[in-house]
Design a protein around this ligand. Structure first.
Ligand SMILES: [Zn+2]
Ligand SMILES: [Zn+2]
Length: 148
């Protein structure tokens, strides 16, 4: 008898858990739907702005022009942000290219022979253990200080 009650309680709990899970799935689906709808609305907004611009701002009333201006300003701000980020990334890459591949703190200034790789700073190139080019592993026969 106790066993039957126990089983029934267990089943009830399982049913509760399943119900909870399914309501979570439903709410997840709803928020995914909302995201899709928002993106769709944004895309439609953009399309409308573009078609309004194509038709010429001249034909719009002041309120519509205000809205177009607002949307363009927001879009431009976003473009500006992306541009700023990309410029920074490019600068970092350039800086990395300038830096010695070993220490990453000094500027590359030594040309290695015979491979002609310029990848080391003066200090790192003077290290006697540095007998092979760190880029191509060719044995170094000469180290030429380019800025000397
Ligand atoms: Zn170095
Ligand atoms: Zn090399």
């Amino acid at each position: 008898m106790d066993r039957a009650i126990h089983d029934r309680d267990k089943a009830t709990n399982q049913a509760k858990a399943i119900r909870k899970q399914s309501s979570k799935i439903t709410s997840d689906l709803m928020s995914a739907d909302a995201t899709v709808n928002r993106l769709r609305a944004e895309r439609n907004d953009l399309r409308r702005v573009v078609s309004e611009l194509r038709g010429g701002v001249e034909s719009l009333n002041l309120k519509q022009i205000d809205k177009v201006e607002m949307e363009l300003t927001a879009a431009l701000k976003n473009v500006g942000k992306v541009k700023e980020r990309k410029v920074k990334e490019a600068l970092v890459t350039e800086e990395e290219k300038r830096m010695c591949v070993v220490c990453q703190t000094e500027v590359k200034s030594v040309l290695l022979m015979p491979c002609r790789h310029m990848c080391l700073c003066k200090d790192c190139s003077r290290n006697n253990a540095m007998d092979k080019c760190p880029l191509c592993r060719v044995k170094i026969t000469q180290k030429i200080d380019v800025f000397a």
